[in-house]
Design a protein around this ligand. Structure first.
Ligand code: ADP
Length: 662
């Protein structure tokens, strides 16, 4: 509330008040002199009293007294004889004193009135101040009221939200009285158990606990109630549908200011799924560990950025490293056989530099000096976080490698035995092959002797006979060398070969066998074939085997020509194909693949190993062998073999000295 400012005269300065006193006296003197001159009578006393009254009203006691003094002096000077002199006649003194007393009385009255007015003004001002204070107070009260109402609203809203929160938190929440009985349960609790808040009145606290857990939980609850110590434990709680699920329940007390327990609060979290997942995880970990132990396969992980490494128990066991040792690349390299260390380091570097898949074998040298063979396979994983990890497995393939070695030895032995058997079967032809040059040698020797035994020896003729003898001897020794080579035992070498030459040399050993059975061999070698890389004896064994089988298949044929065709040709860009076609008895439809199984034979004295060994040999040469029925009578056996530089098996360093098992 605004107040107008007071007029200037309501609070004049002291100088102004005294000046006004002097002015009022001057005005009284002027008025008195004018009245005296024009009316010849003047009410001097009244005029001066009026002036004094005005001065004291306007200026207060001081100006009033000044006006009084000036009035007495002016009265004496202007209006009392002697005129215009300040001398006072004795007789006028009482008048002047009376005037002074009257003036003093007027001043006193004015002072009293003035002080009353002032105190009134002060009272008014005080009242106005009080009213203003009250108004301010009222306004602040209104603000306070509004704020309180808003605070109440907020508090009610917060209360509602708290209630909603308590009811919707995904945990069973409950409040307990001091005796342990249930006081309040949240909506989640009610939904889970299917019990209402109302139905809990007067209930024991453990309404939903599994009977088997009740005793244990009750004991813990009872022992903690008096101590006020918080506690937690696992317990099974019954769901509305009757199923019990495991919960992790924690109860804490609420203390008042004095520290006494006033309530208890409890929260239960459903850990059933977590428990099941944990036990499933434990079970699968156990299975995995057992599977790793049984398959002698360890696993590992390698976070490339941090260098952090994980090894499974089986990995530790295979590497022969103590479980307490922190896995590192250096430890792996220490375990690797010194001859393989560079190779393994190179493979690890490749993996670290971004190679996606690794698959290699190497050896370990164990502390006791034995050698283990490991097959390592790994690949790179990229997680959503961008982190990369190499995850892999290492298999102890020592037993497999040893078995393979034993098998290779056995197969080499078997191949040798089969060759010897074949030679046995061919003994008549071989004897014939060797006999022929020997007979020729004898004939030529006798002829030579006769030419020399003449009176005039026919030197030229004798020389010719001797040359024939040398040629036949070479032929016989060639046959014998071939037989010796064929029956040779020991690890055969892989060399560059012309397949047509190999076929020709093999045919030389079986030609007579074919003739013996009335079979004509037709060789159809393709010119300009690429060289192949292989083992001569093994490839000869394959060809001889196929030829002898074909000859035997045609042995009983009488209604057609017994012809055996051997063709070679280029197959694709990197293979050479050999086909052996006969016109024999053939086989029943659908049996073509069975022929290559070990011990499959239809011959009374057959071993059933020939074609099985052929397949092993061709496999080791990176090729393929198969049989098919001709559109006419008979069978065609074909095999391919990799041209030199293309043999997959050979390039990989597969041990071709002995065929792998098929
Ligand atoms: P074996 O000659 O000792 O029986 P093989 O493995 O060489 O063993 O041959 C297996 C079987 O395949 C033979 O017993 C025969 O029944 C069949 N077989 C092989 N070659 C031919 C062929 N050219 N024609 C018909 N059957 C054949």
């Amino acid at each position: 509330m605004s107040r107008s400012s007071p007029p200037w005269w309501s609070n004049p300065s002291a100088a102004m008040r005294y000046a006004m006193a002097a002015l009022s006296i001057v005005a009284a003197i002027v008025a008195g002199l004018l009245l005296d001159r024009f009316l010849e009578t003047a009410p001097f006393v009244s005029l001066f009293l009026c002036a004094i009254m005005f001065a004291s009203w306007f200026g207060g006691v001081g100006p009033g007294l000044l006006a009084t003094a000036l009035s007495i002096s002016a009265f004496d000077y202007f209006f009392l004889p002697p005129m215009h002199s300040i001398a006072v006649a004795f007789k006028d003194i009482p008048r002047l004193i009376l005037f002074a007393i009257t003036a003093a009385f007027v001043i006193a009255l004015n002072a009293a009135q003035r002080s009353a007015a002032q105190s009134l003004r002060r009272t008014r001002d005080d009242l106005q101040t009080a009213v203003q204070e009250l108004e301010r107070l009222n306004a602040s009260l209104q603000v306070e009221n509004a704020e309180r109402r808003r605070a109440e609203q907020i508090s009610r809203q917060a209360e509602r939200e708290l209630q909603v929160t308590i009811d919707t938190i995904p945990a069973l929440a409950a409040r307990y009285r001091l005796d342990g009985s249930l006081d309040f349960v949240n909506q989640t609790w009610r939904d889970y158990t299917g019990l209402s808040q109302h139905s809990l009145t007067g209930q024991r606290w453990g309404v939903a606990i599994h009977p088997d857990d009740l005793v244990l939980v009750e004991r813990a609850w009872r022992s903690h109630l008096p101590t006020g110590e918080p506690f937690q434990m696992e317990q099974r709680l019954r769901r509305a549908d009757g199923e019990y699920r495991r919960f992790w329940v924690r109860r804490v007390p609420l203390h008042d200011e004095s520290g006494a327990v006033v309530k208890w609060y409890g929260v239960g979290h459903d850990i059933e799924d977590q428990k099941r997942a944990e036990s499933a995880l434990r079970r699968s970990e156990a299975y995995l560990a057992e599977a790793q132990r049984l398959s002698i396969t360890g696993s590992f992980g390698w976070k490339i950025a941090s260098g952090e490494m994980f090894w499974s128990d089986e990995t530790y066991r295979i590497l022969g490293v103590d479980r307490a040792v922190k896995p590192t690349i250096d430890i792996i390299l220490q375990c690797v056989h010194p001859d393989d260390r560079e190779f393994v380091r190179h493979e690890i570097d490749r993996a670290a530099q971004g190679e996606h898949d690794c698959d290699y074998e190497h050896r370990l040298l164990t502390p006791n000096g034995s050698v283990k063979h490991l097959h390592v396979r790994a690949h790179r994983l990229k997680y959503e976080s961008g982190q990369e990890e190499i995850v892999g497995a290492l298999m102890d393939v020592t037993a497999t490698r040893k078995a393979q070695e034993a098998l290779q030895i056995a197969q080499t032995e078997l191949a040798h035995v089969t060759r010897m058997t074949t030679l046995g079967e061919m003994s008549a032809s071989i004897a014939h092959e060797v006999n022929q040059p020997l007979a020729a040698i004898v004939t030529n020797g006798e002829a030579g002797l006769r030419w020399l035994d003449r009176e005039v020896p026919e030197i030229a003729e004798a020389l010719d006979a001797i040359r024939q003898i040398v040629g036949e001897a070479h032929r016989a020794s060639g046959v014998i060398r071939g037989i010796r080579e064929f029956s040779r035992k020991g690890p055969p070498e892989m060399i560059q070969l012309d397949i047509n030459d190999v076929i020709e040399e093999a045919i030389a050993l079986v030609r007579h066998e074919a003739l013996r059975h009335g079979v004509t061999i037709r060789l159809q070698p393709a010119p300009g074939l690429p060289m192949v890389r292989g083992n001569q004896i093994q490839l000869q064994q394959v060809i001889i085997n196929l030829v002898i089988n074909a000859v035997q298949a045609m042995a009983t044929i009488t209604d057609r020509e017994r012809v055996l065709a051997i063709r070679t040709q280029r197959q694709d860009s990197d293979q050479v194909l050999v086909a052996v076609e006969d016109a024999g008895v053939g086989i029943e439809p659908g049996k073509a693949d069975r022929l290559f199984s070990a011990f499959y034979t239809t011959k009374p004295d057959g071993l059933g190993m020939g074609l099985s060994i052929c397949r092993s040999i061709i496999d080791a040469h990176g090729g393929r062998v198969w049989a098919s029925r001709n559109t006419g009578p008979g069978m065609t056996f074909q095999f391919t073999i990799s041209a030199d530089g293309h043999g997959a098996g050979l390039e990989k360093g597969m041990n071709a000295s002995a065929p792998p098992p098929h």
